[in-house]
Design a protein. Structure first.
Length: 272
């Protein structure tokens, strides 16, 4: 069975003139949407964050078209909404997101750099490699793209739901009870919410045709592995290494999700 039949529903490659048009459309769409967002009374991003989000959006639309853009927007909107769950409880406990959840450039790229790299790789391979190479790598990179965002929404959902509604929070390395918001802490409520978050993101990827049903399962597994490793990093290294900030850990987390998704996709394709 062809790799594309297992992992991806619609082709990702584009031709020269179409690719140029995609970048222009991406710039126009992002300018319009961010201008609207700028005028909203409730800010979603810092002023610098809007600029970086514009650049990210143009990259995603230019490289992947509207399908990749819809997946990215779904992550951003869902992640923003989840961050505000139980806001009062988290603020009272002193564990709410800084700036009341308003995102800055570091949040934009910490969450989406891995996805942007996957998108850029797809565009480059589409323009420079043979059809045979494209048939192998474009589906895998498309799967990695969705996996990275499934991983990030899983992480965000697990963290925010766990902090707001987790009844018992344990350190992942020792399973000893710790306060909610502790780096490396996990809870049943947060874990289940994280699985739901990764599923929601994978379903969006499937709905727009970037992955197939097999891809949904792969995204779930990749997100669970990556978020578990992220919790381990938080519990063992993050408090000891000054430069290992939440944004850096987010970048590591999403990169792991993308790589695991790609490798699992390759393994499934070999079986079928």
């Amino acid at each position: 069975m062809a790799l594309s039949a297992v992992l991806i529903a619609l082709p990702l490659s584009t031709q020269g003139s179409d690719l140029l048009t995609g970048w222009i459309v991406g710039a126009l769409v992002n300018t319009l949407l961010l201008a609207i967002a700028w005028k909203l009374p409730k800010k979603l991003l810092t002023p610098a964050g809007y600029g970086h989000a514009w650049a990210l959006g143009v990259i995603i639309w230019g490289c992947l078209g509207w399908r990749g853009y819809v997946v990215m927007m779904a992550y951003f909107l869902a992640g923003t909404a989840v961050t505000r769950l139980g806001k009062g409880r988290k603020e009272a406990a002193g564990i709410a997101e800084g700036r009341s959840g308003v995102r800055g450039p570091e949040n934009v790229w910490g969450s989406a750099l891995a996805a942007a790299v996957c998108a850029g790789a797809i565009a480059i391979l589409s323009a420079t490699t043979s059809p045979a190479s494209q048939a192998l790598w474009l589906p895998l990179l498309g799967l990695a793209y969705v996996s990275s965002l499934s991983t990030k929404l899983s992480d965000t959902t697990a963290s925010e739901v766990g902090k707001a509604y987790g009844r018992s929070t344990f350190l992942i390395t020792s399973l000893k009870p710790v306060p909610a918001g502790t780096e490396g802490a996990v809870s049943l409520e947060g874990t289940l919410a994280g699985v739901a978050g990764s599923l929601a993101m994978a379903l969006v990827g499937w709905a727009v045709g970037l992955i197939t049903l097999w891809g949904i399962l792969i995204c779930l597994v990749a997100a669970f592995i990556a978020t578990t490793l992220e919790s381990l990093i938080g519990a063992t290294l993050q408090t000891r290494i000054p430069w290992l900030t939440n944004e850096v850990v987010n970048g590591i987390n999403t990169t792991i999700g993308a790589v695991v998704g790609l490798l699992l996709g390759l393994a499934v394709a070999q079986i079928y």
